[in-house]
Design a protein around this ligand. Structure first.
Ligand code: DLZ
Length: 204
């Protein structure tokens, strides 16, 4: 058995997610890893009592798009073609009425279910960046992590940093629990969302 000092230690408090609402905003690059991370996050959200109906997912093309999408999701803007966890590829979108900013929302496309624009207690931003042969990786890792921190601090809503910055495919698979010795970091992000969402409710 391998021993390591790394990793998230268990909290002495069992945070209750039963009244929390959490958004998962995820990139679609490196989908196999992304899907495993989302599944890990959702499993832990549910384990902590977050209701299915209070978990909303929104996909964006790549990690570079995560900060803007998180910001819009938090501010209650309408994003079409969002989906919920029971139908990751289906259409369940935010809102049907006016957004919280007061701007009238565009109508949802046919077949897209709408959800009320309730505020989110936490947002989990999930992306998988894998280093290639150019400087692209470095630029995106740096800008995305700074921008997600800015969204969190500007909005006061916890943005859980679920962006893997892997040097190899193997590292990415390992951190999504897709290797025999790996650990799914999505699970940690689900727990972090419930813990931070609970803290921020108390700190208000
Ligand atoms: C272009 C690109 C590349 C090369 N690699 C990744 C990656 O490993 N992970 C990821 O999430 N996104 C990648 N992208 C896409 C960018 O994040 C972004 O979607 C595009 O540059 C368009 O803005």
């Amino acid at each position: 058995m391998s021993h390591t000092i790394k990793g998230l230690s268990e909290s002495s408090v069992q945070y209750d997610g039963s009244n929390l609402r959490v958004a998962i905003v995820h990139a679609r690059w490196n989908a196999k890893v992304i899907d495993a991370l989302i599944a890990g996050a959702v499993a832990k959200l549910k384990e902590r009592g977050v209701k299915d109906s209070n978990i909303v997912t929104q996909s964006v093309p790549g990690s570079f798009e995560l900060p803007l999408a998180c910001s819009k999701v938090i501010s209650g803007s309408h994003i079409q073609a969002a989906s919920n966890v029971t139908d990751l590829l289906g259409g369940l979108s935010f809102g049907g009425g006016p957004s919280r900013s007061g701007t009238p929302a565009p109508p949802a496309p046919a077949g897209v279910v709408t959800m009320p624009n309730e505020p989110f207690d936490a947002v989990i931003a999930i992306g998988v960046l894998i280093k290639g042969s150019t400087m692209h990786f470095e630029y995106i890792c740096d800008s995305v992590s700074h921008a997600l921190m800015k969204v969190q601090l500007d909005s006061g809503v916890p943005v859980i940093f679920g962006v893997l910055t892997a040097l190899t495919d193997e590292q990415a698979l390992d951190r999504a629990g897709l290797t025999p010795t790996g650990h799914n970091h999505g699970e940690d992000w689900g727990l972090a969302a419930v813990e931070m969402g609970s803290h921020v409710r108390r700190w208000k």
